[in-house]
Design a protein around this ligand. Structure first.
Ligand SMILES: [Ca+2]
Length: 485
């Protein structure tokens, strides 16, 4: 049973949580109050009023595949060569706190295209195609006259691809799109590179990056093979940068960049152990740059929390199309335009089936992150593309020798805690789990309530951390983690 002080805190948190849900349920508009973050992913996301626009902007998405912050020059990686994206950031807005909805490829891409969290639209399992009954942002744009095209990877299945006006595979030159584009039509174009996804082989760029100069993250051992692996990852990011430049040059030469919002981001974090497929920041924290001449201040850097579910609402708002009630994200168009904008208080993450069934949920605020491991009896398991990597082999080799740090050794343990809580200001690497420290008790409870509310509001299929049926009762709320855990 909880002590008196803990009960008081818990009841306060749960009452606040319940009051907020009641308010949301009674508020037809939803809207501004949700910007505080608790229910912002819920169905009542702020609606953007359709605005008349005589010249809707073209929309371009440049998306890399398995790529985290800080691995662009403009994010502080001093060795990687990404001149074109660095230029894009200098001429546009760079976001330092953009996060994916899921650290998995197809689930997160489905979130980008629908503005909904993957479990809400049944796409949480890796490789699940876009359900034919879901309305995507491309459907809505097409309905308003946009010409929609994708080059290469979208990972949403054949039905999704058939609905596009244009699709170009890896052999198609970028001119195939510009030649096919009907004159005078606004367009949405995604360049979906498969860089820097594994497998790696030398030769992506000349000269290659020097393994001696890469930055080895603290969660990996500083090993020659890890350095070689990271240099190959850098090489593919450079190749992506070059191709982005080629596409932008082509669009400019055809006069197609004059009223165009370009967004660059990545679909999930880097393909290394403790990154892709995990809810630690290296799995969730991705680069994001927005460029729109005359509309976005040049060289702006914003720290606001953003999630990939916010992209579709932003594109709709830019095109003057009303956001459907089902979309859970929030438009950050006002932020781009330098207008009044209330930042999110929290972003949420989910991992589900990805070679193994290892469901997890997370909530991240500016200072803290809570991770819920729904199968704590499992140890860390990399996805199969990482299992064959030089880096995973190095971790296992160092583990046998006993040379890993205490934090790195956790990758080889056979179980994990059900709950992890990190103070990101003091511990940005998320090494020091403070879930049981008394000084964090209030924040832990607040984040448990945030995560529970979000899971409940978004029709999650995992048991929420707090009992929703009777939120004011501390004895039932005490059963925060289901007995099976
Ligand atoms: Ca990916």
């Amino acid at each position: 049973m909880p002590g008196r002080r803990e009960t008081h805190i818990l009841v306060s948190v749960m009452q606040a949580s319940f009051a907020r849900r009641w308010f949301l349920a009674g508020s037809a508009a939803g809207g501004v109050a949700l910007a505080a973050g608790l229910g912002e992913a819920a169905a009542q996301a702020p609606r953007v009023q359709a605005t008349s626009t005589s010249s809707p902007p073209n929309l371009v998405l440049l998306i890399s595949d398995d790529h985290s912050v800080p691995d662009l020059g403009c994010y502080g990686n001093t060795h990687i060569r990404t001149p074109r994206l660095d230029q894009l950031a200098r001429e546009g807005m760079r976001f330092t706190n953009a996060f994916v909805a899921s650290p998995q490829c197809s689930p997160n891409r489905s979130a980008i295209f629908t503005g909904c969290t993957p479990h809400t639209i049944s796409t949480s399992r890796l490789h699940t195609p876009m359900p034919p009954w879901e309305t995507t942002v491309l459907d809505l744009l097409r309905g308003r006259g946009y010409y929609t095209g994708i080059f290469r990877k979208h990972h949403q299945g054949e039905d999704f691809q058939r609905k596009l006006d244009f699709y170009g595979d890896a052999k198609a030159p970028f001119t195939a799109f510009t030649n096919a584009l009907p004159a005078g039509r606004p367009f949405f174009l995604q360049f979906g590179s498969t860089d820097p996804h594994r497998p790696y082989s030398p030769g992506a760029v000349t000269p290659p990056h020097d393994p001696a100069k890469v930055t080895v993250p603290a969660y990996l051992p500083d090993d020659p093979d890890v350095r070689k692996d990271l240099a190959l990852y850098y090489d593919e990011i450079s190749r992506f940068d070059t191709e982005c430049g080629e596409l932008l040059d082509l669009l400019r030469s055809r006069g197609l960049l004059e009223n165009t919002l370009v967004i660059m981001t990545a679909d999930n974090g880097l393909p290394f152990p403790r990154a892709k497929g995990t809810l630690y920041d290296p799995g969730l924290h991705v680069p994001m740059i927005a460029w729109w001449p005359g509309k976005i201040a040049q060289g702006a850097v914003r720290e606001d929390l953003l999630n990939h579910v916010d992209l579709a609402p932003t594109w709709l708002a830019a095109a003057g199309i009303e956001q459907p009630a089902k979309m859970q994200g929030r438009s950050f168009l006002p932020l781009l335009r330098g207008e009044a904008y209330e930042a999110r208080a929290a972003v949420y993450g989910e991992r589900n089936w990805h070679d193994t069934y290892d469901p997890m949920r997370s909530v991240r605020t500016a200072q803290f992150k809570l991770i819920f491991n729904a199968r704590p009896e499992l140890g860390y398991r990399p996805s199969w593309d990482l299992e064959d990597s030089l880096s995973w082999a190095a971790i296992k080799r160092w583990g046998r020798r006993g040379g890993l740090t205490q934090q790195q050794t956790r990758l080889l343990e056979t179980s994990r805690p059900a709950l992890e809580f990190y103070d990101l200001h003091k511990d940005p690497a998320e090494f020091d789990n403070v879930i049981d420290r008394p000084e964090y008790e209030v924040e832990v409870l607040r984040h448990r309530a945030l995560l529970s509310d979000w899971m409940h509001a978004t029709y999650d299929y995992l048991p929420p951390l707090s009992r929703q049926a009777n939120p004011g009762d501390p004895t039932t709320a005490r059963g925060l983690v289901p007995p099976a855990l």
